[in-house]
Design a protein around this ligand. Structure first.
Ligand code: SF4
Ligand code: MG
Length: 323
């Protein structure tokens, strides 16, 4: 099958006063049409920069290299005019804090109708009807009344539902969701994840879900890519990653998922920190934190190699060349 999105050797570097910061440093990943891919890793691993690179929303100090193929079209070569057409049309994005993406001075109805009118040639009255339908579809009660309310009148969970409604109103083929539930409390988080899963099944919109939380991945994703220090270190189906994790970083993340039967004090966390992008040295980036690190890990970078169909890992413990 043709991939919906295929990222090959993506580098996104920022030129700063202190030198070049390689936030994304050779990322390879893909999304199949209609699937939900989780991108997981601690903060500072390059997840958000990867998604902003897809949208071509990187500030001018950022330089990109490699290829981002969306339905075989390389977005790195697309003109801004073309990107404007793709953004919010074929590719939509939602963020952690919907308050910052909603205009506080306009009613919900004005904002969502505006989006609808951008994508469909409809009258204002029809746009309003479509908007109310969209709000109902994302589970907003009193949709008619909420059309005339302002963002600050809604709860965080309701605002995120509004953002999802706006993102989906143009029927995109890909929705990028960057930590969409991180700012919400646990109950609301579960409801929003449920909603995203249902909408994915109903509309066939593929979702790239960025999160630091493997628990979130387990809820909604069919496949996972684990990122560390600007690179993908393991990817595979949810079953591969949860039942048969290979990379020591993935294993560490799995151990750190909060569990009901353990106290907070007993919660495991991987020792050490993600290296600052400028401070990355030769060899495996995880070596300073890895309990299995060998000599060669500190000098030679392992490649992303296939362990079994659809399951890849970047580690000398499983790299054929390491044998
Ligand atoms: Fe650990 Fe070496 Fe594997 Fe890196 S390559 S994860 S340091 S064992
Ligand atoms: Mg982020």
């Amino acid at each position: 099958t043709q991939k919906l999105l295929e990222i090959k050797g993506l580098h996104t570097h920022f030129e700063t006063d202190r030198g070049v910061v390689p936030a994304v440093d050779g990322v390879d990943l893909y999304i199949e049409p209609g699937e939900v891919l989780g991108i997981v890793g601690e903060s500072g691993c390059g997840k958000s920069v990867t998604s902003l690179s897809i949208m071509q929303l990187i500030p001018p100090v950022g330089k990109m290299k490699g290829a981002i193929l969306f339905k075989n079209e390389n977005l790195l070569e697309a003109k801004e005019k073309r990107m404007k057409k793709l953004r919010g049309n074929e590719i939509s994005m939602i963020f952690q804090e919907p308050m910052t993406s909603l205009n506080p001075l306009l009613t919900i109805g004005q904002q969502i109708s505006e989006t609808v009118k951008l994508h469909k040639r409809v009258s204002s009255k029809e746009a309003r009807n479509v908007s109310v339908d969209m709000l109902r579809k994302v589970g907003i009660p009193r949709a008619e009344a909420i059309m005339d309310e302002y963002p600050h009148q809604l709860s965080g969970g309701m605002r995120q539902r509004v953002m999802i409604a706006m993102a989906l109103s143009c029927e995109p083929q890909l929705l990028i969701a960057d930590e969409p539930t991180t700012a919400l409390d646990v109950t609301i988080q579960a409801q929003i994840l449920d909603l995203m899963k249902t909408l994915n099944q109903e509309t066939g919109t593929a979702i790239m879900l960025i999160t630091h939380d493997l628990g979130v991945v387990a809820e909604v994703c069919s496949r996972v890519a684990v990122m560390y220090a600007g690179k993908v270190v393991e990817d595979g189906s949810v079953a591969d990653i949860f039942r048969n994790p290979s990379h020591p970083y993935t294993k560490g993340l799995l151990q750190s998922i909060p569990r009901m039967d353990l106290d907070k004090e007993q919660l495991y966390s991987i020792p050490g920190n993600v290296p600052m992008p400028g401070a990355i040295t030769a060899g495996c980036r995880f070596a300073p934190r890895c309990e299995y690190a060998m000599d060669r890990c500190r000098t030679e970078l392992p490649e992303l190699t296939e362990l079994e169909a659809g399951h890849r890992s970047r580690c000398w413990l499983t790299d054929e060349r390491g044998a």
